[in-house]
Design a protein around this ligand. Structure first.
Ligand SMILES: [Cu+2]
Length: 124
C-alpha cells in the first residue's frame, strides 16, 4: 500500500517536473498583440508600430522594421524597447501615404532562442 502511494506521488512530481520543464523550454518569444493589429486596415496612418511579446526579449538583438510595398524602409531606426518594458518592441514611422506595409520583427528571447516573422497592415 505505502509503495503504491509513494509511486503515485512520485509520478505526480515527475509529471509536474516534465510539464514545468516543457513550458520553460518553449518560452521563446512570439507576438501576443500588436498596434496596428495584424492585417488591419487603418486610418489615419499610424505614427509607430508596437508589438507585445509573450516573453522578455533582448534589446541588443531585437529589431522591428517597416517597409512599404516597394521595399523602402519607412520606419525610423530598427525598433527599441521602451524603458521599463521587457517584452514590448516599438518603432517610429515616417509620415506614410495610403498603401500596404510589411512589418518585419526579429527577436532573441531571454532563453537565447531566435524567432522572427512578418505581417502586413494597410493604410486606407
Ligand atoms: Cu525558447
Amino acid at each position: 500500500m505505502k509503495t503504491n502511494i509513494a509511486r503515485r506521488v512520485l509520478a505526480g512530481w515527475l509529471f509536474m517536473l516534465a510539464f514545468g520543464t516543457a513550458s520553460a523550454v518553449s518560452a521563446h518569444a512570439f507576438p501576443d498583440n500588436s498596434s496596428p493589429h495584424v492585417g488591419a486596415s487603418v486610418s489615419p496612418a499610424p505614427k509607430q508600430v508596437k508589438i507585445w511579446f509573450n516573453a522578455d526579449i533582448e534589446p541588443l538583438f531585437s529589431t522591428l522594421i517597416v517597409k512599404d510595398s516597394n521595399g523602402n524602409q519607412v520606419s525610423v531606426g530598427t525598433g527599441e524597447i521602451p524603458s521599463g518594458q521587457t517584452a514590448l518592441l516599438v518603432t517610429q514611422l515616417k509620415p506614410i501615404p495610403a498603401g500596404l506595409y510589411a512589418v518585419y520583427w526579429s527577436v532573441i528571447a531571454r532563453d537565447g532562442h531566435h524567432t522572427e516573422g512578418r505581417w502586413y497592415f494597410t493604410v486606407k
